[in-house]
Design a protein around this ligand. Structure first.
Ligand code: SAM
Ligand code: SF4
Length: 340
């Protein structure tokens, strides 16, 4: 059985390719208040029953174990994390765990106006808000719901609440969002927020993804450069970050590109995931999971046994996701069931 040393966090989470794992993405729900076509089916949906979802108490215990293995960055996600009741209470507890250096959240922003101040008070350090378009009709065709105004109110509320680390994440879809690139950049620059464009990955629930829909980061960058002038790459401070960031030579503004399809960045991946029902995944595209929920709910199981699940998941991590390979196998779960 794995024994914890009494004091310092260990660096046990090295995989077979020398990658050290330090980030954990925690999904707190598979539910969502919108239905983005690149993630969820239109419905009806069979969401997980409440008793299958980890309680906040259980998540806190898992994080205590993970930090002792060297995890120090957490991101709360889902589904839509703000539909889970009083998620700030969880954040408040996670922030206080020894070894946790940053707690971040990814949200669609629909409920942010109501919750921004509580999240800030709880100690949330960073918010990523998904914003693919500034046009209501495109928002509706992506998310199959109305609500762009609410998202924009949520972004303003996050700024008013005092968040300084706000990043906008825009998923780019060929044939749909080309005309949003420059307006989104202008919107982010005017508000002093970072913007990242993300490529569409084959994780949509309906399995309709087609590589022809992928609007590559380099294509988006060309549009930005045409409008604003040349972009210069910013040297990476953290090799494990998925984005390549750029700045302008002669004007403020920073733009990042997350190109998992055209330029996979698996070589430096340091991420693990915990699904809402307590399964560890070592990759978004993993076809295997390591159960912690049943261990958490078995009173005879101690923390060292929970830790072992993390160590095993990391040891079995593959070199890369292999989207580009003819042998690529889509995971059975869609993005909302994994936690993006
Ligand atoms: N509901 C929250 C939100 O939308 O921000 C958090 C969960 S969502 C799954 C996290 C991120 O995954 C979002 O920025 C979303 O755009 C992205 N995403 C969802 N499906 C995707 C896909 N098929 N390919 C790439 N990114 C995707
Ligand atoms: Fe909901 Fe986020 Fe998935 Fe859109 S991407 S359906 S907001 S979980």
């Amino acid at each position: 059985m794995l024994e914890f040393p009494s004091s310092h966090p260990t660096d046990r989470l090295y995989d077979g390719f020398g990658r050290l794992h330090r980030s954990l993405r925690i999904s707190v729900t598979d539910r969502c208040n919108i239905r983005c076509f690149y993630c969820m089916p239109p419905g009806p949906l069979n969401f997980l029953p409440r008793n299958e979802i980890l309680t906040y108490e259980e998540i806190v215990r898992v994080v205590r174990v993970a930090t002792r293995l060297g995890i120090h960055k957490l991101r709360i996600t889902g589904g839509e994390p703000l539909v889970r009741s009083e998620v700030w209470q969880l954040i408040d507890r996670l922030v206080g765990i020894e070894g946790v250096e940053e707690v971040a959240l990814t949200t669609n922003g629909m409920l942010l106006a109501e919750q921004a101040s509580q999240l800030r008070q709880a100690g949330l350090g960073r918010i990523n808000i998904s914003l693919d378009t500034l046009r209501e009709e495109v928002f509706e065709s992506i998310s199959r719901r109305k609500g762009l105004d609410r998202v924009l109110e949520g972004i303003a509320a996050a700024q008013d609440a005092g968040f300084t680390k706000i990043r906008l994440n825009a998923l780019s879809i060929r044939g749909l969002t080309e005309d949003d690139i420059v307006p989104l950049a202008a919107y982010a620059f005017e508000r002093g927020m970072e913007l990242r464009f993300i490529e569409f990955m084959p994780l949509d629930a309906e399995a309709k993804w087609d590589s022809a829909q992928v609007l590559s980061g380099s294509a988006v960058r060309a549009v930005i450069e045409e409008a604003y002038g040349p972009l210069l790459p910013v040297s990476r401070q953290d090799a494990s970050q998925p984005a390549v960031d750029y700045r302008f030579a002669d004007r403020p503004g920073r733009i990042g590109f997350i190109n998992p399809v055209s330029e996979p960045f698996c070589n430096h991946c340091d991420r693990l995931r915990l699904t809402a029902e307590g399964q560890i995944r070592n990759c978004l595209f993993s076809t295997q999971e390591w159960d912690v929920r049943s261990l958490l709910r078995d009173r005879t199981v101690n923390d060292a046994e929970l830790a072992k699940q993390f160590v095993t998941a990391v040891a079995e991590k593959k070199a890369g996701h292999g989207i580009e390979s003819p042998e690529f196998l889509r995971p059975e779960r869609a993005m909302y069931q994994i936690g993006g």
